[in-house]
Design a protein around this ligand. Structure first.
Ligand code: MN
Length: 443
């Protein structure tokens, strides 16, 4: 992999879109994430745009007025005249980088007035649109890449040997469900399903142990032909960018159904995504070393080992999960942070997960979504799900209203947030991933 820093990362550059210059803005000119939006009026169609401050630059509008007609950006701009990011994703890294550099040039404060005037007509307020899923996701795969999460969860079931013997060799994952991926803000209906309390008879009822999972997702750009693999050194070039993922999980359904084939209906009812995809280019300044394995741990097998991936395949990305109950909302309480972790603590890098996925010749396709698994760290404050945080409900958490939570209740809103910051660079954010639990509809 190659981490390239260029003028688009210069921390001193500001935008003529004033809201992008606020110190805590998620979308300064150094970020420029892609998404798909739809204006509120009924006739509006989904369009590809780029977030800048509290605005969206309508790339479809720009393209159709001939404002992105230069030879160098034409290919990427034409791909943006779509209702999803899949065409842009399928172009791979080069055209995306060129488009980013062009957008940076026209949005920076010192852009010529004539350009500012013509571009300004294609800015839309984020408050005036609905955000849709950024891509048509053909396949969604969820990994289990945090050794802290795997150990904490394993301990609940196998106190003496929490990690299974394959963990340090195989990036563990399962095939998720793409049809129930939801854009942030979509309510989540509590699932019903089979569960079993101890030795009692199994029953079908609304899930009692509903949980969130704080995760990072990454989208495939160019894929690989069936029967061929993706070498670890090239894996990053097959990744478009990242978003936040909440892999909602019904723990009571999961613990009864998961043996011997793994998660099924405990996960497939809903998975929420943040709607802006932060590109690998925007993340370049925040790449860091891969997780430092313990001395006694095995080295990754050769197809998962690359010197450059070990040196800079990690990502210094802070992640936070908060909850706001219905009562907290009614009484004006702010959401309460339940966990805060960092993506650099993952045992496997994104490149290792992607290379592993394709290593058997499975064809990945543009727009496929791979998610990391719950991001947890070593501390009690860095647990990415309630299963870990409450030790399967044994130690409930107390909310600011005095309410207790073992698992999620109807009306609870879960909010994921993520951001990168590093000395000498502009902070960039992922936006948020939100979902509120509605009562079960099937009882
Ligand atoms: Mn998960």
């Amino acid at each position: 992999m190659k981490v390239i820093l260029d003028e688009t990362h210069g921390s001193e550059v500001q935008s003529w879109v004033e809201s992008a210059n606020l110190p805590n803005a998620d979308f300064p000119i150094q970020n420029l994430p892609f998404g798909v939006f739809q204006r509120h009026d009924a006739s509006a169609k989904p369009r590809v745009g780029v977030a800048i401050g509290d605005r969206i630059l309508d790339l479809h509008g720009m393209q159709s007025e001939g404002l992105l007609a230069e030879q160098s950006v034409r290919l990427a701009a034409n791909a943006c005249a779509s209702d999803s990011l899949n065409p842009l994703m399928s172009l791979g890294t080069g055209p995306r980088q060129v488009l980013r550099q062009h957008l940076h040039a026209i949005l920076r404060q010192d852009a010529p007035t004539s350009i500012r005037q013509s571009v300004a007509r294609h800015l839309v307020a984020q408050a005036d649109v609905d955000m849709l899923l950024p891509a048509i996701v053909g396949d969604y795969t969820d990994f289990y890449a945090s050794i802290f999460h795997a150990t904490n969860v394993g301990k609940l079931f196998r106190p003496d040997h929490p990690l299974l013997p394959n963990y340090k060799y195989v990036p563990i994952g399962y095939h998720g469900r793409a049809s129930s991926l939801l854009p942030s803000g979509t309510p989540v209906v509590r699932p019903s399903g089979q569960s079993r309390d101890g030795e009692a008879d199994p029953r079908f009822a609304p899930a009692k142990a509903l949980d969130y999972e704080l995760e990072v997702g990454f989208f495939v750009s160019t894929g690989n032909p069936l029967g061929e693999s993706i070498p670890i050194d090239q894996a990053d070039e097959h990744i478009f960018g990242i978003c936040l993922v909440n892999d909602w999980s019904a723990r009571d359904i999961q613990s009864w159904e998961y043996q011997p084939l793994g998660p099924f209906l405990a996960k497939s009812f809903a998975t929420s995504l943040s709607t802006w995809v932060v590109t690998m280019e925007a993340l370049a300044p925040f790449r860091t070393a891969a997780f430092a394995r313990a001395e006694a741990d095995p080295a990754p097998l050769p197809y998962l080992f690359s010197q450059s991936d070990q040196q800079q395949g990690g990502l210094d990305l802070w992640l936070e999960v908060s909850v706001r109950s219905a009562r907290m909302r009614e009484s004006g309480h702010a959401p309460m942070v339940l966990g805060r972790g960092n993506f650099r603590d993952m045992y496997w890098t994104m490149a290792q997960m992607l290379a592993h996925h394709a290593s058997n010749g499975c064809n990945l396709r543009p727009g496929d979504l791979l998610a990391s698994g719950t991001v947890s760290g070593a501390e009690q404050t860095s647990r990415g799900c309630l299963l870990e945080l409450t030790a399967r409900g044994k130690n409930p958490v107390t909310l600011s209203t005095g309410e207790q939570r073992r698992f999620l209740e109807d009306g609870d809103e879960v909010i994921l947030q993520g951001y990168c910051e590093r000395e000498g660079f502009r902070r960039i954010g992922l936006g948020s991933c939100r979902g509120t639990i509605l009562p079960a509809s099937v009882t």
